[in-house]
Write a protein that binds this ligand. Structure first.
Ligand code: GUN
Ligand code: ZN
Length: 446
């Protein structure tokens, strides 16, 4: 079936290269009145309206956003599907927070009907925040990943997800075994990895909740499915690092625990990486493993400050992605994530320019996930997953914008400092508008 040509018109912004810092005009392409033409869900043409519009087939539907910025959809490189009712839980750091809130809430996902309702709510919330692709942790129950993938497939979104593997140090209702986690993950891999836009991530939760036998099973899966992802947590919290040292006395450090089971590499996403030592940083860089920066989570759970400069400025650099880490993170919004990311860098005497920030959550995260041929830029051939942003979405933003004279970087910085889901005017998946914001958004939870 050929889907009719559609188009979006507005202020187009897409990155060409990693910005070297503020003012790096060579790093992006900005078209003040541009058109993106969509055919069969993919971007067919991009250019100034004056060039593209006259050549459009008669009757092409054009969604026009004269004042808004149109960017590639946001990519969230780490968050937890079963933590939508854990977000905003008071007064605990990582290990207590997991026991007190997270391990309680995640048990509900053993009920497939509940998981299904939550999957619908969760993915609708991502779209409302302009997030079109994410790397997602399920609960231990295979049904949670199943429900998530089924809903993502229905929406047509490109998602990476996996059932969490955890066989110790958690309540009985959340434990699998090395063998069952291998079997369940393999079944999900066979069923979902590479099905349409869905991809699987082998997901050992973290070293504390996996026995050596389970990490061995995770490594076996990674070897059997070399193009699947691996996602886990590392060096988020000092007590966690200490516990790993005690549980794995034969490993030289935390990263070595995963390394011994063959879990490092360019398809491995390591959440947090705050307290890594020099050897571990060097090994991350050497193996092309990705360090995922989760600022709202790191501040909220009191974990520490992500050493972005030290990781990115190494030679070779550590590959970096950015993420919300909901429900340790406090917002589904990649705009809020960038705003807090900026503050985390400020606390370390560094800056995160608006160009670097918006590159990170679009083309940068696409590269970190190895998906740059599919998403992350507004380029012919890529999927038409797009977000439409309004820098005047609130009274305070509109007021602040009155003091800006056609300065793109300033507008972007205002978006990342003051913006949230209210700034997401619309979200498109494969050229179809899947979310549109009207007035005050109100959706009841599942
Ligand atoms: N480490 C292990 N599990 C988790 C989790 O669910 N959230 C966070 N932030 N860290 C973890
Ligand atoms: Zn996490």
């Amino acid at each position: 079936m050929t889907i009719p040509t559609t188009a979006l018109r507005g202020r187009l912004l897409s990155f060409l290269a990693t910005p070297k810092g503020a003012g790096d005009a060579a790093s992006y392409r900005y078209i003040p009145d541009g058109v993106v033409v969509v055919e069969d869900g993919r971007i067919a043409r991009v250019g100034p309206a004056a060039e593209i519009l006259p050549a459009l087939p008669a009757g092409t539907a054009v969604d026009h956003y004269p004042d808004e910025l149109i960017l590639p959809g946001f990519i969230d490189a780490h968050l937890h599907f079963p933590q939508t009712q854990v977000i905003a839980s008071y007064g605990a750091q990582l290990l207590d927070w997991l026991q007190k809130y997270t391990f309680v809430s995640e048990q509900r996902y053993g009920d497939p009907a509940y998981a299904e309702r939550q999957a619908q709510w969760f993915l609708a919330e991502l779209l409302a925040n302009g997030t079109t692709t994410a790397a997602v942790y399920g609960s231990v129950h295979p049904g949670s990943a199943e429900a998530f993938f089924a809903e993502s497939e229905r929406l047509g979104t490109a998602m990476i997800a996996g059932k969490v593997m955890m066989d110790r140090n958690a309540p009985p209702g959340l434990l699998d075994t090395a063998q069952s986690s291998y079997d369940d993950s393999k079944r999900l891999l066979d069923r979902w990895h590479g099905k349409g836009r869905q991809r699987y991530a082998v997901t050992p939760r973290f070293a504390i909740t996996s026995t050596e036998a389970q990490l061995e099973a995770a490594g076996a899966l990674a070897r059997e499915f070399p193009d699947a992802y691996v996602q886990t947590h590392i060096a988020e919290n000092l007590k966690e690092v200490e516990a790993v040292r005690e549980l794995f006395p034969d490993s030289r450090d935390y990263l070595d625990v995963y390394d011994r089971y063959g879990l490092l590499g360019p398809k491995t996403l390591f959440g947090h990486c705050i307290h890594l030592e020099e050897r571990e940083r060097a090994r991350m860089a050497e193996t092309g493993s990705v360090a995922v920066f989760c600022p709202t989570s790191n501040l909220f759970i009191g974990s520490g400050l992500f050493p972005m400069q030290e990781l990115a400025r190494r030679d070779p650099p550590v590959r970096i992605a950015a993420a919300t880490d909901v429900g340790g993170g406090t917002s589904y919004s990649m705009l809020r994530t960038l705003g807090e990311g900026y503050k985390v860098q400020q606390l370390q005497g560094a800056n995160l320019s608006a160009l670097e920030a918006f590159h990170l959550v679009t083309a940068g995260n696409a590269e970190a996930l190895g998906l740059e041929q599919e998403i992350g830029t507004i380029t012919p051939g890529r999927c038409a997953d797009l977000v439409v942003l309004d820098a005047r979405a609130t009274a305070a933003m509109a007021h602040r914008m009155e003091a800006v004279e056609a300065d793109l970087e300033e507008e972007l910085f205002i978006l990342m400092t003051l913006g949230d889901d209210r700034s997401v005017k619309a979200t498109y998946i494969q050229g179809r508008r899947m979310h549109e914001r009207e007035g005050t958004r109100s959706r009841s939870p599942a």
